[in-house]
Design a protein around this ligand. Structure first.
Ligand code: DQA
Length: 166
């Protein structure tokens, strides 16, 4: 696959707004394969994120869908109102050129997160169509992956956390 340039990040000085995107089956968190994903529900994770973001003067807008097209539509519709994305694309991570293109087309930086350590699981989960476009990737810390991802993203947007392979 051709390598697209990663979105450049300008230092953000105004209040930060982040779109938090969750892909298929993450609506079932809490009862879905807890040995991989832990026992917290998506609503609980969202409230942890809101609490952390609030302390940092960051606002969040959340979306979860089991439908790839709806997710692409949501990215397009919200690009104008967010500075960046926090993304757990779930299974779409491994399959979706459409989501890759939507995130690339948004021109907004993003951090990719996973609850489970995808590299310790089946080999088809070792491939991500998003990672090379992401600022960075956090996997394996269950709900805390989102909190670490948020901290990293906000730090990056404010210019205090460096990132990147270049
Ligand atoms: C996941 C890992 C994916 O491989 C899987 O399809 C998911 C969740 C995670 O958070 O660990 O649905 O993104």
């Amino acid at each position: 696959m051709a390598k697209l340039p990663r979105a450049r990040t300008e230092r953000v000085r105004e209040p930060i707004r982040i779109g938090v995107l969750n892909g298929p089956n993450l609506n079932l968190l809490g009862r879905r394969e807890p040995h991989h994903y832990g026992t917290q529900t998506l609503a609980e994770i969202e409230s942890l994120l809101r609490e952390r973001a609030g302390a940092d003067d960051v606002s969040l807008v959340f979306f979860q869908s089991n439908d790839e097209g709806e997710i692409v539509d949501w990215v397009q519709a919200n690009t104008g109102s967010v500075h960046a994305w926090l993304v757990n694309a779930a299974a779409l991570t491994h399959t979706s050129v459409a989501l890759r293109d939507a995130l690339a087309g948004s021109g907004r930086p993003f951090v990719e997160v996973h609850l489970s350590n995808v590299f310790a699981r089946e080999s088809f989960r070792h491939t991500s169509l998003l990672s090379d476009l992401a600022i960075g990737v956090i996997a394996g810390f269950r709900a805390s992956s989102y909190l670490f991802g948020l901290d990293a993203l906000v730090g990056h947007l404010r210019g205090s956390v460096g990132a990147g392979a270049e």
